[in-house]
Design a protein around this ligand. Structure first.
Ligand SMILES: O=C(O)[C@H](O)[C@@H](O)[C@H](O)[C@H](O)COP(=O)(O)O
Length: 230
């Protein structure tokens, strides 16, 4: 079930989504989320950081990237580096055990993500609950979600045994690791955060297409809430 939520601007979108997100965190002892990287969602992460910093409610939060570029943590391209930066205030406590959230990393020292799949798969299975409370996804104008890009149909098969997959950005050749389609749809909620008319058109046509976003909408068994602003 796809529910469209339209906002006049991104600030209003971020207000609505971060409030929904905070309510889930406050209502649960433990919660878990998968977060997209890219340029769109950062203001939502910063707004959640402010809300978390001003509240003691809610227990431990587990976070994982929906996908990660295979770069050093300090690289500006790193999604995990983006999360640490955006969510810094709310996790800035004196002792490790008191930290509000734990980032389950998709990275390893391996030279290539393909070599990391067994270890990261084991880590995801051991450190995350079977289903997320929510995943926050962006979408490329080519219809990719996470690092499931068009042109890789093998990644659009719902294989429950696969938790993470190696991927390559076809435009840049950048190597990546991504949660698999089956891991992404194992969630209570899907929040798709997109802006602009071009991406809206891609989404509106997704049902008749065979894009990664089409596969996600096909395989989703939970509500898909689209947060859109011009
Ligand atoms: O690592 C990433 O880049 C994201 O996980 C990716 O899937 C992103 O959500 C889309 O590419 C949209 O990116 P923008 O929000 O920058 O348009």
């Amino acid at each position: 079930m796809l529910r469209m939520h339209e906002y006049p601007d991104f600030a209003t979108l971020s207000d609505a989504l971060s409030a929904q997100w905070m309510a889930i965190i406050q209502a649960k002892e433990n919660s878990s989320f998968a977060l997209a990287g890219g340029t769109t969602p950062a203001p939502v992460y910063r707004q959640l950081d402010s809300l978390l910093s001003a509240s003691t409610a809610g227990g431990k939060i587990k976070l994982v990237a929906t996908d990660e570029r295979w770069v050093a943590d300090a690289d500006p391209q790193s999604n995990e580096g983006l999360f640490r930066q955006c969510l810094e205030k709310s996790n800035h406590v004196s002792s490790q055990e008191a930290q509000r959230w734990q980032l389950v990393s998709l990275k390893t020292p391996d030279a290539m993500p393909a070599d990391a799949i067994p270890a990261v798969g084991k880590r995801l299975a051991e450190q995350l609950p079977a289903a997320f409370d929510a995943i926050l996804l962006g979408m490329g104008a080519d219809g990719h979600v996470a690092s499931l890009f068009p042109g890789s149909p093998h990644l659009l098969v719902n294989n429950p045994d696969s938790l993470c997959v190696p991927a390559t950005n076809p435009q840049s050749g950048q190597t990546r690791i991504s949660l698999s389609l089956s891991r992404l749809v194992n969630t209570e909620r899907i929040w798709l955060v997109i802006t602009g008319r071009e991406k809206r058109l891609v989404l509106d046509n997704a049902g008749a297409d065979s894009l990664p976003i089409s596969a996600l909408l096909r395989e989703a068994t939970c509500p898909v809430d689209v947060f859109w602003s011009p």
